[in-house]
Design a protein around this ligand. Structure first.
Ligand code: FES
Ligand SMILES: [Fe+2]
Length: 373
């Protein structure tokens, strides 16, 4: 099992055989036009602490990228991102190094590139002016919430989501999980919008005791970058859960405010009776059309003395592994809007997400925001 902040850039181990294994997964990758449609969005691609001093290579939407720190350490603009392919003879730049001035040095013949992708040095021809065409394709990178975010288009459709509590000194940020799951990223986000899998999947951890919720009718509101809805959930407070809450009541009702952040993000705000507020942020980032990079972090208005971070991550580890077993077991259908399924009325948020994504990926919708009526 991978722990928090697993190494990046390497292929994950083969998944453990599942109890019901024997089914061969049919992998359907994204079409080129779908990958293109997913480019103008911000994706969290790496915890900043994993960047270190050297360049890091990773995949995003089928593109091999290299990330490195520029000279201006700290704050936005501290990280550069470009295609991981040298303009000289195509060596992978992520195997190189970074100069003190923040330039990226190719490991093959030492050409140097700046944060904008321009070539600054050709050691073999020091006296010659460097032609403008000696450049690599740079993209935009930002640092927010302790992660490097990347957008592969000149303009993003929406800004990086703002979570106001990040500015609140009474709120702590827990970097929960950064790991690769062998499943569709769309399924991961659908699972976050699913209001009735708790009753079946999360037994032993999050014991839902409220009735299986009625379908949401008109309760889905548009937002700038997707939609949101609220739904309470009543749970039995077992020992593992209570260790994350500093509350030992037998039964609790948690207020849940769920927000889809198109195309592949989710925010889940939980309000507990004792005043604990926790926001779970989840992104499922497509790498190469086969896997999902899971980025999951938490804002909480309590303190380490009340609930140790280790209690939160232990509980969440168990919870997301329950989800993961289901999601990695789904055969085929990596894409955004599988056909040959039978959605019911209670799947309304998922149906709406699929509709919005289909419009986005086919280029038939002007926006991804707003509910359908
Ligand atoms: S391939 Fe990069 S310097 Fe030659
Ligand atoms: Fe779940």
């Amino acid at each position: 099992m991978e722990g928090p902040h697993s190494a990046i850039g390497s292929r994950p181990p083969e998944p453990q055989p599942l109890a019901w294994a024997g089914v061969r997964r049919v992998v359907v990758t994204l079409e080129p036009h779908e990958l293109e449609a997913l480019r103008p969005f911000w994706y969290p691609v790496l915890p900043l602490e994993q960047l270190g001093d050297g360049p890091v290579g990773l995949d995003l939407l089928g593109q091999r990228l290299v990330l490195w720190r520029t000279a201006a350490a700290g704050g936005d603009g501290a990280v550069a991102v470009a295609e991981d392919r040298c303009a000289h003879r195509s060596a992978r730049l992520s195997g190189g190094r970074v100069t003190e001035a923040g330039c990226l040095v190719c490991p093959y013949h030492g050409w140097e590139f700046d944060a904008d992708g321009g070539c600054r040095k050709v050691p073999q021809e020091p006296a010659r002016p460097i032609p403008a065409r000696f450049r690599i394709r740079a993209h935009r990178a930002r640092v927010r919430y302790g992660y490097v975010w990347v957008c592969l288009a000149p303009e993003a459709r929406h800004p990086i989501p703002v979570f106001a509590e990040a500015e609140d000194p009474a709120v702590r940020l827990i970097h929960g999980f950064f790991e690769t799951w062998r499943c569709s990223p769309f399924r991961v986000i659908e699972n976050g919008l699913d209001n009735y899998h708790h009753h079946f999947v999360h037994r032993g951890l999050l014991e839902a005791t409220s009735p299986i919720p009625a379908p949401l009718r008109d309760g889905i509101e548009p937002t700038e970058d997707g939609f949101r809805f609220s739904l309470p959930l009543e749970v039995a407070n077992n020992g593992t859960l209570s260790a994350t809450l500093d509350d030992h009541s037998q039964r609790l009702t948690v207020e849940r405010r769920v927000r889809w952040i198109a195309p592949l993000g989710l925010s889940l705000e939980l309000g507990w009776p004792n005043g604990l507020r926790q926001r779970i942020v989840l992104f499922a980032v497509p790498q190469d059309g086969r896997d999902s990079r899971i980025v999951r972090f938490y804002f909480r208005n309590d303190r380490e003395e009340q609930v140790p971070e280790a209690n939160v991550t232990r509980f969440e580890r168990g919870l997301i592994d329950q989800d993961r077993r289901i999601l990695e077991g789904i055969v085929g259908a990596y894409g955004a809007a599988p056909v040959h399924e039978n959605l019911i009325e209670a799947d309304q948020p998922i149906a709406l997400m699929r509709q919005r994504l289909r419009q986005l990926l086919d280029g038939t919708g002007a926006a991804v925001a707003g509910p359908s009526h």
